[in-house]
Design a protein around this ligand. Structure first.
Ligand code: MG
Length: 209
């Protein structure tokens, strides 16, 4: 199982970190050991003092595919979840400055928090948009619409599968909207998605310990 992540996929988030808007998807990976599921607590790691949450829509790949053509891309996923791409921002800034890969700052143990999945039809609005938001200790800190993605789901499937064969069960963290920020020990993160009926449904629960 691969965990494929997309960076800078919302223009407003690229801007808040003073990054340029990319011309093609920014792709990185987390190892399977990064996965944290079943609402298990997240333990603040000792190698950072600036751990950030990034709430993201996550696609689960439902069949194998290589060099997927655009017209078939939508058939490679049928469920979505919300996830947290935990990032050691201080470490990432240091690595970026040195031109080094991001893995230490992004791929560490339990850095890919994954909530429960719903069929994509249950959360897609009539115009195709998926609306989601993150609360930290009860206050909304991020609010996203997938219609704002620089590279929408199908384009990601086409792009990624040119380089990496997609396997059933692979996960794609599709990028985070603006509003990323630090967490402290004791914080509670809760992710919600709007259902077709307009009801906020909680998909993600993560306590930082
Ligand atoms: Mg991210």
């Amino acid at each position: 199982m691969k965990i494929i992540c997309i960076g800078r996929n919302y223009a407003d988030h690229a801007k808040e970190l003073n990054n340029p808007v990319p011309e093609r998807p920014v792709v990185f990976m987390k190892p399977p050991s990064a996965l944290l599921v079943n609402e298990k607590p997240f333990y603040y790691p000792d190698f950072t003092k600036d751990l950030h949450y990034e709430c993201e829509v996550v696609l689960k790949i439902c069949k194998n595919g290589k060099a997927v053509q655009p017209e078939f891309a939508h058939t490679y996923y049928n469920e979505i979840a919300l996830g947290i791409d935990f990032t050691a921002r201080d470490l990432q800034s240091e690595l970026k400055k040195k031109g080094q890969p991001w893995e230490l700052a992004k791929g560490f143990d339990n850095s890919a928090v994954l909530g429960k999945f719903l069929p994509i039809e249950d959360v897609r609005q009539p115009d195709g948009d998926i609306e989601f938001f993150l609360r930290k200790n009860g206050d909304e800190v991020q609010h996203g619409h997938t219609r704002d993605l620089l590279f929408p789901f199908d384009e990601l499937i086409v792009f990624i599968s040119r380089y990496f064969k997609l396997l059933q069960g692979d996960l794609i963290f599709t990028g985070t909207p603006a509003g990323v920020g630090p967490v402290q020990i004791g914080d509670l993160l809760e992710g919600f998605v709007l259902t077709k009926e307009g009801k906020a449904e909680k998909l993600l629960h993560c306590e930082v310990k």
